[in-house]
Design a protein around this ligand. Structure first.
Ligand SMILES: [Fe+2]
Length: 386
C-alpha cells in the first residue's frame, strides 16, 4: 500500500433514480449549446435515449447523434466520431452507454479542443488542452469509466488495446441513475457486474492501493457481492442502487489505485479476439486471485470476507481459497463461459497473448511478480491445461 498519495476527484456525481432527466439542465450549466450524444445502436431507440433527448430539448440544446459505438472501440472509430463532432461544431459531449461509449466520448471530447489525430494523444499525459465539457450517463454497472482518467481503445492495425491516460480527460459530470439498469439484458448485467467486481478487487490488492481507495474498494466488493445474484435474476430497485454505487466506488478506487494482472490478461484477450471485457475479467479473476494470494494473504483474506465468506474458525489461507470457489461458482451461476467454451481462443496464441500482457501499463501494479512464462501458465490454467 502507498503511504503517500493525492486524491482529487473533479467529476461531479449526480446519483439517484431519475437523475438522467437532469442531463439537459446540467449541460446548460456547463455552457453547452450543441452537443454530440455518443451511444450504441442497442440504446439509440430505447426509452433511455428518449428521456435524455427530451431533457436536452427542454433545455433548448441542439443534439447530434453518433450511435455507431461497438464493444472494444477502435482508434479508427474514435477518429471517425471526432471528425463528425468537429464537422458539426458541437461544444460539448454526452456519453450514454457502457464503457465503450464513455471511452470513445472521452477521445472525442479531447479531439474537439486539440488538433491532430487520435494516435497523437494515446500516450500518458499527452492531451495538451482541456477537453470539451463531457457528461457521462452510464447505463451499465460495470466500467466506472465515468469517473476515471483513462480511455481504453483498441489500436486496429496492431489488434491490441492501448489508452489515453490523462487527468484532463476525466468527465465533468457523472449522472448515475440506477433506474436505467432495469433495461440491461441479463448477460450484459452479469459480465459488466464482474468487471466492476474485478476493479474493486484489483484496486484493493494491487501495489498502488491507498487508505482512501481501500475504503471505497472494500465497500464496493460488499455491495456488488451481496446484490449481484439478485441484480441478475430479479433486478430489484435495491440491487440496481447497490450495483450502481458499487461500480461507481470501484471506478473511483481503481482510478486512484490501479488494476492489475486480471486486466492485463483480459485486455490482451479483448484486443486479439474482441471478447467482451467483463467476460474476460470473470474468466481470469479466480485464476489470478489464486496466483496472487500467497504474496499478500491478509488483503486476499479481506476480499474474501467482503465477499461474504465467514472467517470464523478458519486460517487466512482457507478464507482466501474460499473466495476463489465463490468467484467460480458465481460465474457459473451467471452462465459466463470458460476460456475454452468461448470456442475461438487458440492455445497457440498463448505466447502472443502473454507478450501483450507484458506490455500492459498496469503490469507492475500486480502484487506478485508476473513474467511471460507466468502468463502463459495462467492462460493454460484458465483453459484447464495446467
Ligand atoms: Fe475493467
Amino acid at each position: 500500500m502507498r503511504n503517500e498519495f493525492v486524491f482529487c476527484l473533479p467529476t461531479r456525481i449526480e446519483f439517484g433514480n431519475g437523475s438522467i432527466d437532469q442531463t439537459g439542465s446540467i449541460a446548460k450549466e456547463l455552457g453547452a449549446k450543441k452537443v454530440i450524444v455518443i451511444t450504441d445502436k442497442g440504446l439509440s431507440r430505447t426509452e433511455i435515449l428518449e428521456r435524455l433527448r427530451h431533457s436536452l430539448s427542454e433545455a433548448k440544446i441542439e443534439v447530434v447523434l453518433y450511435d455507431d459505438v461497438r464493444a472494444n472501440p477502435r482508434d479508427t472509430e474514435a477518429q471517425r466520431a471526432a471528425d463528425f463532432a468537429r464537422s458539426e461544431q458541437v461544444d460539448a459531449v454526452i456519453a450514454c452507454g457502457g464503457g465503450s461509449s464513455m471511452d470513445l466520448a472521452k477521445a472525442v471530447a479531447a479531439l474537439l479542443t486539440n488538433e491532430g489525430e487520435i494516435r497523437s494523444i494515446m500516450k500518458p499525459n499527452e492531451v495538451p488542452n482541456k477537453p470539451a465539457p463531457l457528461i457521462c450517463v452510464p447505463t451499465t454497472a460495470g466500467t466506472g469509466s465515468e469517473v476515471t482518467s483513462f480511455a481504453v481503445l483498441t489500436i486496429e492495425e496492431e489488434s491490441r488495446k492501448s489508452s489515453i491516460f490523462d487527468d484532463k480527460i476525466r468527465p465533468d459530470v457523472a449522472i448515475e441513475d440506477p433506474s436505467v439498469l432495469q433495461h440491461l439484458p441479463p448477460p450484459v448485467a452479469a459480465s459488466t457486474g464482474m468487471d466492476a467486481l474485478t476493479h474493486a478487487i484489483e484496486a484493493y490488492t494491487c501495489k498502488l492501493a491507498t487508505p482512501l481507495t481501500d475504503g471505497l474498494a472494500l465497500q464496493a466488493i460488499r455491495y456488488i457481492a451481496e446484490s449481484l445474484p439478485e441484480f441478475i435474476h430479479v433486478r430489484s430497485e435495491e440491487s440496481c442502487r447497490k450495483m450502481m454505487a458499487g461500480s461507481l466506488m470501484a471506478g473511483i478506487a481503481f482510478g486512484f489505485s490501479d488494476i492489475a494482472g486480471v486486466h492485463c490478461m483480459a485486455e490482451a484477450l479483448g484486443g486479439m479476439y474482441d471478447t467482451p471485457h467483463g467476460v474476460a475479467n470473470a474468466i481470469f479473476l479466480p485464476i489470478v486471485f489464486e496466483y496472487n494470494m500467497e504474496t499478500d494473504l491478509k488483503r486476499h483474506r479481506d476480499v474474501a470476507v467482503a465477499l461474504g465468506i465467514s472467517p470464523v474458525g478458519k486460517r487466512d489461507e482457507e478464507i482466501a481459497a474460499e473466495a476463489v470457489i465463490w468467484m467460480r461458482s458465481i460465474s457459473r451461476e451467471m452462465k459466463i463461459p470458460t476460456l475454452q467454451e468461448l470456442g475461438y481462443v487458440s492455445v497457440q496464441k498463448f505466447d502472443e497473448l502473454a507478450e501483450l500482457c507484458m506490455k500492459n501499463v498496469s503490469l507492475s501494479s500486480n502484487c506478485r511478480e508476473l513474467g511471460k512464462t507466468d502468463f502463459i501458465d495462467l492462460y493454460k490454467r484458465a483453459y484447464n491445461l495446467g
